[in-house]
Write a new protein. Structure first.
Lengths: 272, 307, 294
């Protein structure tokens, strides 16, 4: 079949609000992200459901990661980046300048493309941030380390070497440690930016399994590694294209009965 | 509700921490800047006193050949002609750079193009060691080896610009060589391959392609070496003889800006012309180091456009 | 001449030039060590210097060198660390940052004698510290700051940005992230830089002759009261270092065994620089191993 040009008329898209039976946890209204003069995100309004996994898909260059990074104000750390519009979380616009970004990031955790454990022990990787946020009690820390490692399905593999360096772990273990590190802070929302892209298939499967278990307690927004991953683990899917969201619906709907041609072209592999 | 309170700015210790860290590290940075500005200000303002407070004419200072601070000529002008020192500094700097240039570029070419293995195993550590040798040690060796050698060779005392040049040559050699190595390593591999593919010999490739492509970097290396030679004080002072006269040969005692400064700063009274005129010499050193800085920047810019 | 012959000749010349450098180094080292090491004796290391007679030692100068090195590192490392953190983590890309970088570059290229004279003008005269360890250490700090700042900045920059992101995403401040994650990870590089700068400080003389002075008053090594003038710890006493001693002995030329003393002292200087070099490499590697395997 011939490759058709992708539909880019934003007015024809079908962005829906969440159905009545779901509660939202975080949403954006008319969010724009600029890098200098370049507008990477061009006014995105989305609401993410509580205790569900939402995938952000789209061809490369569609600025999914950029969007994801603005949800916990990580774009603040990029020189020359500017984010306008609203990010609503717990009834507050957390994009406002007087909001304490450190507290925002504590409640909206993030896991990155490449595993980035600290060059400290496995135990310290998790306990470190907790200590810095004021938890001093050794028992509380021990328990938090154990709980989060169990939630990340890593406990059994590392419980005997908690005080060894995290750098010696395999890539998949490192990434699950990073997930454990993020959830040890008991965030509401977990943002994951292609968390399996640097991993082999077996590690990828393990991480995906972990995510499916985590959604009981956390609301997850993920930029998946590929479309298969999105269809395997997500409940909702947003289709990004050139800084716009063209479609947002239940994952099943997006993949089987997309509302617009562009989405269909993309999910069926005719584009990107 | 409690977590919402958590996002209120008033409670944020992290924000205070951040402000503290940013402030303290900025203060450290500005402290360095302040030091630089005060060096420029204090040295230059004292150096200018020769002309503003003691009414020495600029021409007499820069072109005068009589250096007898404290004395005046028949017309009552102070005898503070700095030309002998200025000439001395420039001559030893240029000559030592002239000697160091072929040796260091040759050695660098050897290390990068001819035998990288021997370069890494023998020359690299040798150069690193040479960089680390303190300049007084160079001066001491100059005094005990180079000066007697010159004395035997041409007679006289052995002190003079020839001895100074030789000591400086050895001193700047490691600096210029290691910078030349960096410049040559920065030349992309495929430049060489293209030349070999066209049937060029090793030397043709080096001469026509590699050296030409690395030219800005090599020039920078030489200018750096010159800056180091120009500013070196003790090693030169120990071997040049420290006679503030325009020498008639390379093997009679002469002087440089640094050598006269080193000798006399402690023997003059603060605020007198004898003292202030030394600060004028220091100001020349300072200005020249700025000039060397500007030249390397200029070469860097030119090279960047070309490459 | 045909290209083949030119090639052969040119390569031969390159061999000669490379050999020349090795020859220069070898003869310098041989000269210093062969002349210097025979001077090493119990008296040489334990006696104070004598001006007009033979047989003096270098104990005071040696102590002064190490003591001044220690104080210089103590005062310059925090400043260099602060500046390096600012430049690698906080500095925006603007004209002020460019200006700061230019200033540091200018400082690094200033002749050390100019730094010494500035120290003489400000610390010795204006601030009234006199010829003292304090004045000398401050001058050495100025001399040391640009290079140390750059080495530390490079070490910090070598730590991947992902480490910083990890810290920030956990709700830590940038300051916490830098001081508690990036800095420990960069420690091997920083340590190497500090030790290498120690070698430079140890051998520096031009910045010291008008700040720390050219005399080494007798010290009483049993007197540890830092206020007392004969105490080794007193930072307000004049303190000729080993490097200054070599210069002084040779330019005055009144010490009868000046050449021998200088050779011995030069050998110590070179061995110290060698030691610092090896130590820097060894400790850097050791620490790196510890970081990645702990």
């Amino acid at each position: 079949m011939a490759v058709r040009p992708i539909e880019t008329d934003v007015t024809k898209t079908s962005i829906k609000k969440l159905p009545e039976n779901l509660t939202g946890v975080i949403s954006t209204e008319d969010l724009h992200v600029y890098y200098g003069d370049f507008e990477a995100i061009k006014g995105v309004s989305l609401e993410f459901p509580k205790n569900q996994i939402t995938a952000l898909i789209g061809p490369s260059g569609s600025a999914k990661s950029t969007y994801l990074r603005s949800l916990n104000r990580m774009n603040d750390e990029i020189k020359g980046a500017k984010v306008t519009g609203k990010i609503l979380y717990k009834g507050r616009d957390i994009n406002a300048s007087d909001v304490d970004v450190y507290s925002v990031r504590k409640q909206i955790g993030m896991v990155f493309q490449r595993p980035n454990p600290f060059s400290k022990s496995i135990y310290e990787n998790i306990a470190f941030a907790l200590k810095r946020h004021g938890i001093k009690d050794k028992n509380v820390l021990d328990e938090a380390v154990e709980t989060s490692l169990k939630q990340a399905a890593l406990w059994d593999q590392v419980k005997d070497r908690l005080h060894e360096s995290a750098i010696g772990m395999s890539g998949g273990q490192q990434q699950r440690l990073c997930i454990a590190r993020a959830i040890a802070l008991k965030p509401d929302v977990l943002l994951l930016d292609e968390p399996a892209s640097a991993l082999d298939p077996i590690s990828t499967a393990q991480v995906e399994e972990t995510l499916l278990e985590l959604k009981e307690n956390y609301s997850i927004v993920i930029v998946p590694h590929n479309m298969q991953q999105a269809s395997r683990i997500s409940d909702y899917t947003a289709f990004f294209h050139l800084g716009n969201v063209l479609e947002y619906d239940e994952t099943r709907t997006v993949f089987t009965r997309p509302a617009i041609q562009a989405t269909e072209d993309y999910v069926s592999g005719h584009y990107g | 509700m409690e977590q919402i309170k958590d996002t209120q700015p008033t409670r944020s210790t992290k924000r205070n921490q951040e402000r503290f860290g940013k402030t303290i590290s900025l203060i450290a940075t500005l402290l360095i800047v302040l030091v630089v500005l005060s060096i420029l200000f204090f040295v230059l303002s004292r150096g200018l006193r020769t002309f503003t407070q003691h009414d020495v004419s600029v021409l007499d200072f820069f072109a005068g050949t009589e250096w007898r601070p404290g004395e005046t000529d028949d017309a009552g002008n102070a005898l503070v002609g700095a030309l002998p020192m200025i000439v001395g500094s420039f001559v030893v700097t240029l000559l030592s750079a002239l000697l160091a240039t072929p040796v260091s570029i040759g050695a660098a070419v050897f290390m990068t193009e001819v035998s990288p293995k021997a370069g890494k195993k023998i020359l690299q550590p040798a150069i690193e060691l040479l960089v680390g040798i303190p300049s007084v040690v160079y001066g001491f060796i100059g005094l005990t080896v180079v000066v007697p050698f010159v004395r035997q060779l041409v007679g006289g005392t052995g002190f003079g610009m020839l001895a100074g040049t030789l000591v400086l040559f050895v001193m700047i050699l490691p600096t210029t060589t290691s910078m030349a190595v960096d410049a040559l390593n920065a030349v992309p591999r495929h430049y060489r391959e293209a030349s070999f593919a066209m049937g060029g010999t090793r030397w043709q490739t080096i001469y026509r392609v590699v050296l030409r492509a690395a030219m800005p970097g090599l020039l920078t290396a030489i200018v750096f070496g010159m800056a180091r030679a120009f500013g070196e004080a003790l090693a030169v002072q120990m071997v040049i003889g420290n006679a503030p006269v325009l020498p008639d040969s390379f093997t009679t005692p002469a002087s440089t800006l640094t050598s006269i400064l080193t000798m006399n700063m402690g023997n003059t009274v603060f605020g007198t012309l004898e003292n202030d005129v030394l600060w004028s010499l220091a100001s020349i050193l300072l200005v020249m180091s700025l000039v060397f800085n500007i030249v390397t920047r200029w070469i860097g810019k030119k090279g960047a456009i070309k490459g | 001449m045909n290209p083949k012959k030119v090639d052969k000749a040119a390569i031969a010349v390159l061999y000669v030039l490379a050999a020349l450098i090795v020859l220069i180094l070898a003869s310098l080292l041989a000269f210093i060590l062969i002349r210097g090491i025979p001077q090493f004796s119990w008296e040489f290391f334990t006696q104070p210097a004598k001006t007009f007679e033979e047989g003096g030692g270098i104990i005071i100068q040696l102590f002064n060198s190490f003591y001044m090195l220690l104080i210089t590192l103590l005062i310059s490392t925090p400043v260099a660390l602060g500046a390096a953190i600012y430049l690698s983590e906080y500095a925006p890309q603007n004209a002020l940052t460019d200006f700061i970088r230019t200033a540091i570059e200018v400082l690094s290229s200033l002749p050390s004698i100019v730094v010494g004279l500035f120290g003489y003008l400000i610390f010795v005269i204006q601030w009234g510290f006199g010829f003292s360890i304090l004045s000398g250490s401050l001058a050495l700090m100025i001399f040391n700051l640009p290079l140390l700042t750059r080495t530390i900045e490079d070490a910090l920059r070598a730590i991947p940005g992902a480490q910083r992101e990890a810290g920030l995403a956990l709700g830590l401040s940038r300051w916490e992230t830098v001081t508690r994650i990036v800095l420990p990870a960069a420690m091997p590089g920083i340590l190497t830089g500090v030790i290498l700068s120690a070698g430079r400080i140890f051998g520096e003389a031009a910045a010291l002759i008008y700040t720390a002075g050219q005399s080494a008053p007798a010290l009483d090594f049993t007197n540890w009261n830092p206020r007392s003038i004969s105490s080794p710890l007193n930072i307000m006493r004049p303190a000729e270092t080993l490097a200054v001693h070599i210069w002084k002995v040779n330019s005055e030329g009144i010490m009868p065994d000046g050449a021998e003393i200088s050779a011995g002292a030069s050998a110590i200087l070179i061995l110290a620089v060698l030691l610092f070099n090896l130590l820097a490499r060894y400790l850097g590697r050791k620490l790196q191993q510890k970081l990645t395997s702990a």
